[in-house]
Write a protein that binds this ligand. Structure first.
Ligand code: XUL
Ligand code: MN
Length: 346
C-alpha cells in the first residue's frame, strides 16, 4: 500500500485569544508570546503563523534595523523550539491610516502607508525564513457602493500586489478572501476573485490563495468546492480550517463543530488533491469560546486537530467503490445515507 501522507499542523498567536468581543472585554488574562510558543510545542503542532506585529510589536514606530533585529530574535526562538514559521500577514486593519481602506483608500498617503507596511512585512518573512505572505484584505471594500469605484479598486489592489512581487522575487502572495466583515462588501470575496486578480499581476505564478472554511460559508459557498477549485489551479498554498454556523458574524468555531459533513468533505477534498505534499500546513484559525476558562484555553486547537484526524480516518475508510456504484446507478439517496451512516460510525 502507498505510504499515507502525514499532515502538519499550525496555528497563530491570535488563536490563543482572550475572549474580547464587540460587546465586552477580555475574559482571560493576556499571555506572552513565549507562553504561546510553549503551548504550541506542548500540543505538538509543527508551525506557527504570524501577523507582522506578532513578530515586531508596535511595528509602525520601529526602524528597519529594529525590525531586522527583532525578527531575527524571534527566528532564534522558533529554531530553538523546532517550530517552523508558516507565513506572515500584514495587519492592515488597525492603523488610523487604514480607516478608509488600505490599498484601496481614497487618500494616496494612506495607500502609500499600506504598501510600505506590506513591504516591511515581506522583509520580516524573509528574516524568519518563510516565502509565504498572506493577505486578508480586511478593509478593501465598501460600506456604501458610491464611496469608491470598484474598477479603480481592482487596479489599486493589482498595483499593490505588483509592488510586493517586485520587492522580493522569492515571495509568494496568498490571498485570503472573505465576503464581508468588517466591510459590508469586500472586493475579493471568493477564491474565484482571488485567482482572477492574480492573473492581472506582473507574476501570476506567485499569487495564489488561502481558503478559510468560515469565509467560504459566509459567501454561501461550500469550502470543499473552494478547495477543489483552488487546487485545480495548483494555488492552494495555505488553509484556515474552522467552522461557521450560518450567515452571521465570523465565528471561527472549532473545525467540524457546526457541520461535521461539511468538514468531512473538506478533508476528502484535501486528501484527493494531495494537499500538504508540497510542504503546505493545515492551519486552524479557531478561537476559544468566550466563556472558556484559563485551564481549558487550548481545547479548541487540540479538538480541531483531533476532529481533522478522525475525519481523515473516515475519508480513508470511505467505501469509494460502493459510492461509485451508487453514482453510476444515479442512486443519490443511497449515497446520501451511506455518507451519513459512515459518519455516524455505522
Ligand atoms: C480574519 C482572519 C484573519 C486572517 C489573518 O477573518 O481570518 O485572522 O486569517 O490575517
Ligand atoms: Mn483566517
Amino acid at each position: 500500500m502507498a505510504k499515507q501522507h502525514q499532515y502538519k499542523f499550525c496555528f497563530g498567536p491570535w488563536n490563543l485569544s482572550e475572549g474580547q468581543d464587540p460587546y465586552g472585554p477580555t475574559t482571560r488574562p493576556a499571555q506572552t508570546f513565549d507562553w504561546k510558543l510553549d503551548q504550541l510545542k506542548k500540543l505538538g503542532f509543527e508551525a506557527m503563523m504570524f501577523h507582522d506585529d506578532d513578530v515586531v510589536p508596535d511595528i509602525d514606530r520601529k526602524s528597519g534595523a529594529q525590525i531586522k533585529r527583532e525578527s531575527k530574535e524571534l527566528k532564534k526562538k522558533l529554531d530553538d523550539a523546532g517550530v517552523a514559521p508558516e507565513m506572515v500577514a500584514p495587519r492592515l486593519w488597525f492603523s488610523p491610516m487604514t480607516i478608509d481602506g488600505a490599498y484601496t483608500s481614497n487618500d494616496p498617503k494612506c495607500r502609500k502607508y499600506a504598501i510600505d507596511r506590506s513591504l516591511r512585512c515581506i522583509d520580516i518573512a524573509h528574516y524568519l525564513g518563510t516565502d509565504l505572505i498572506v493577505l486578508w484584505l480586511a478593509r478593501e471594500g465598501t460600506y456604501m457602493r458610491e464611496a469608491k469605484s470598484g474598477r479603480r479598486s481592482v487596479e489599486l489592489i493589482v498595483e499593490a500586489l505588483d509592488k510586493m512581487l517586485g520587492h522580493d522575487k522569492s515571495i509568494r502572495l496568498s490571498i485570503e478572501p472573505k465576503p464581508n466583515e468588517p466591510m459590508d462588501h469586500a472586493y475579493v470575496p471568493t477564491i474565484g476573485h482571488a485567482l482572477a486578480i492574480a492573473q492581472l499581476t506582473r507574476d501570476p505564478k506567485r499569487v495564489g490563495c488561502l481558503i478559510e472554511s468560515a469565509h467560504a460559508i459566509l459567501a454561501g459557498l461550500d469550502p470543499a468546492d473552494e478547495i477543489d477549485f483552488a487546487m485545480a489551479f495548483g494555488k492552494l498554498w495555505s488553509l484556515h480550517l474552522n467552522d461557521q454556523n450560518g450567515l452571521k458574524f465570523d465565528q471561527d468555531k472549532p473545525f467540524g463543530s457546526a457541520n461535521l459533513r461539511v468538514a468531512f468533505n473538506q478533508v476528502r477534498a484535501l486528501e484527493r488533491n494531495g494537499y500538504g505534499k508540497n510542504g503546505e500546513y493545515v492551519c486552524f484559525d479557531v478561537h476559544p469560546f468566550r466563556p472558556a476558562k484559563v485551564e481549558h484555553w487550548l481545547a479548541h486547537l487540540d479538538n480541531s486537530r483531533r476532529t481533522f484526524l478522525r475525519l481523515l480516518e473516515k475519508v480513508r475508510k470511505f467505501d469509494e467503490k460502493r459510492a461509485r456504484q451508487f453514482i453510476a446507478d444515479r442512486n443519490y439517496a443511497a449515497l446520501d445515507q451511506m455518507v451519513l451512516e459512515h459518519l455516524m460510525g455505522g
